[in-house]
Design a protein around this ligand. Structure first.
Ligand code: SAH
Ligand code: SF4
Length: 347
């Protein structure tokens, strides 16, 4: 199979060009066609010589995920069902905000961690996504936005779709390189958030790379409760996770987002809120509360809204910044934790 050039980092693309006997600046032109002009047809890369265009067509490919389905929610949230080269399927979600769009990206097909409240987790892990597959989701979303009659642009990326990003760190790191490159997708680092349950050793890698903001899925203030609702993730002991967060490198005024899914009658008491405040006292944190999104196969109920408000109020009263995540796209199962591209590859 011809190599997909969307899997090349910039230095790899330079090497690819020099292997074809071309000057390095050709890589720059090619890179801009791939990422800025979203061109998939070498024949249309007009500032590249005809000879090279021909050789590129013979030796390489530019492959995006195939869009199988586009589902729009009443609130404008749009879910894409995408097919990959081997027939595997993933989902990504485009979310309209006041003055920009955010896209929620997947990093794996399924997820190995099997958190008990998460639809993706019930699929198990099928495989990691490649650099091209991670970034292909952005290209598809940008193409969709460019077809809308709007001046609003796609500005924010959140790695909160299917999969655990830090268990596919190598490909994520490669992808983030092209995301930031001013000649590539050109997203600001402040507009990118990686959400993780925390993986031993990997928070240090993410912090040192400095390529994105950090969101951590905590969901419980004690090791015992965390182990009950997210058993595999909790093999990384809570104390060690908190120590990593306290040591995490941050810019002045920057904070770590702590995600906390409120599961009705499980982790939504004021006692849990107080424990959470205590647990986080050495971490520069802000808490994002996410009321559980029910799915038929998941064994929880949504929390009472009075409890959600009381939980939020307690955190704030103790000086811990807290926000409530507005739920978008629930009617098309596009909300956090609801992604589940379950149709098998060759049904
Ligand atoms: N694996 C990473 C990123 C993907 S999950 C992580 O867990 O952080 C993105 C967010 O959705 C996480 O905070 C996750 O806990 C949350 N989530 C999962 N299932 C959910 C559900 N049913 N309702 C609400 N949020 C959910
Ligand atoms: Fe995986 Fe995150 Fe879902 Fe847990 S919540 S199963 S880590 S995707």
């Amino acid at each position: 199979m011809k190599p997909n050039l969307l899997n090349c980092t910039y230095p790899e693309l330079e090497r690819f060009c020099s292997d074809l006997g071309e000057a390095p600046f050709r890589a720059r032109q090619l890179w801009q066609w791939l990422w800025q002009k979203r061109e998939r047809d070498f024949g249309r890369m007009t500032n590249i010589s005809k000879g090279l265009r021909g050789r590129l067509t013979e030796t390489a490919a530019v492959l995006w995920p195939e869009v199988l389905q586009v589902q729009a929610s009443r609130d404008g949230t749009t879910k894409f069902l995408l097919a990959l080269e081997d027939g595997q399927r993933i989902e990504s979600v485009l979310i309209p905000e006041k003055d920009h769009f955010t896209v929620c990206l997947s990093t794996q097909v399924g997820c190995a961690l099997g958190c008990t409240f998460c639809a993706t987790g019930q699929m198990g892990l099928v495989r990691n996504l490649s650099m091209a597959e991670i970034l292909g989701q952005i290209l598809v979303a940008q193409e969709h936005v460019s077809g809308l009659e709007t001046d609003v642009s796609l500005r924010n990326l959140v790695f909160m779709g299917m999969g655990e990003p830090l268990l596919n760190w190598e490909n994520l790191r490669r992808a983030l390189g092209a995301v930031h490159d001013p000649l590539g997708l050109d997203f600001s680092k402040r507009r990118i958030t990686v959400s993780t349950v925390g993986v031993p050793g990997m928070l240090t890698e993410l912090g040192a790379a400095g390529l994105a903001s950090l969101a951590v899925s905590l969901h419980a203030p004690t090791q015992e409760l965390r182990a009950r609702i997210m058993p595999r993730a909790a093999r990384f002991p809570l104390d060690d996770l908190i120590a990593d967060l306290a040591a995490y490198p941050l810019q002045p005024r920057q904070k770590i987002t702590i995600e906390y899914v409120l599961l009705g009658e499980v982790n939504d008491d004021l006692g849990h809120a107080r424990d959470l405040v205590r647990l986080l006292n050495k971490v520069k944190a802000k808490v994002n509360l996410i009321p559980f999104h029910p799915s038929p196969e998941l064994p929880y109920v949504a929390p009472d809204s009075s409890k959600v408000l009381a939980f939020e109020a307690l955190l704030k009263s103790k000086g811990l910044p807290a926000t409530l995540r507005k739920s978008k796209g629930q009617d098309i199962s596009a909300a956090c934790g609801q992604l589940r591209a379950e149709v098998a590859a060759n049904e």
